[in-house]
Write a protein of this length. Structure first.
Length: 69
């Protein structure tokens, strides 16, 4: 399986977290919802997972492994 570069994973995780923070408001704009869905999908694809929680865990584990080398 191909592994995404740690910089790509870091950017995706950061983008997801940023969009989640923006989505804390009561009314989520359709554009924000679409961007959140897009980054969620991309995280799943790049980590080879099907659920967001698994994707985030896999991305963070890969980032931790890359930082320790």
């Amino acid at each position: 399986m191909l592994l995404a570069h740690p910089a790509v994973l870091q950017e995706l995780v950061s983008r997801y977290e940023s969009l989640c923070t923006a989505a804390q408001e009561l009314a989520i704009a359709p554009d924000l919802k679409r961007r959140l869905d897009d980054v969620t999908y991309t995280l799943c694809v790049t980590t080879g997972t099907r659920q967001l929680e698994q994707a985030l865990a896999a991305a963070r584990a890969r980032l931790a492994a890359a930082a320790s080398t």
